[in-house]
Design a binder for this molecule. Sequence first.
Ligand code: DG2
Length: 258
Amino acid sequence: MSKHKLFLLRHGEGAWNKENRFCSWVDQKLSENGVKEAQDCGTLLKEQGHKFDLVFTSILSRSIQTAWLVLEAMGQEWVPVVKSWRLNERHYGTLIGLNRAEMAAKHGEEKVKVWRRSFDVSPPPIDESHPYFHEIYNDRRYTTCDVPKESLPRAESLKEVLDRLLPYWDNTVVPEIKKGRTVLISAHGNSCRALLKHLEGISDKDIANVTLPTGIPVLLELDENLKPVEPRKLLGDQAKIQAAIKKVEDQGKALPST
Ligand SMILES: O=C(O)[C@@H](COP(=O)(O)O)OP(=O)(O)O
């Protein structure tokens, strides 16, 4: 029987989701559509009668803004929000800022799929010559982390995301859930995929087929050991959700030449 409800949420559409660029650790705000997605998500959760006790976000604005909009739409603005870099999006290394369709045209769709969805392949690491290096590492938010700035990642596979996320999950999030608190994790496509892999025991191969659209809440019903007792539920209109998943998958396709 289900003892705990856990909600995972990939933020609403960000400016670079719209432009089909790898956003990763670049701090982009939500697009107009992303604001609406977050508000609609909150409205749906309210209509379904869900109540949160605690929200966890990354330290990237798009996940924080999403959490605020969801809570506002639910009339639950008072719920505490706790932030950690450990929930940040996967660090996409030198791919940051690049357009997925252009990368697919240049390197092939298969290569882009491996970069995006394989479990243990890291893209090339970022260095000081990268156009977004200084913007990321000179940002004051990264002086507040529980590791020195020099130890923060320069590129990550999904496996490395899980490695940095798990200690936070085990030591900070799990105790709250076990106290009986209903938790929302407002984070990113890949930090949520890493957590899903861990909770559902998805194989290294099969995780490549898990795609999360923006602004769609994922409900997990867990037993007392935090093992899922039912398949995950993506809440909302199922036809729209399937179309949104396909849209995310298609971002890695080369555009037909004109
Ligand atoms: O970094 C990004 O651009 C996307 C994920 O990209 P893909 O893995 O889908 O290519 O992350 P999010 O929008 O969830 O923060």
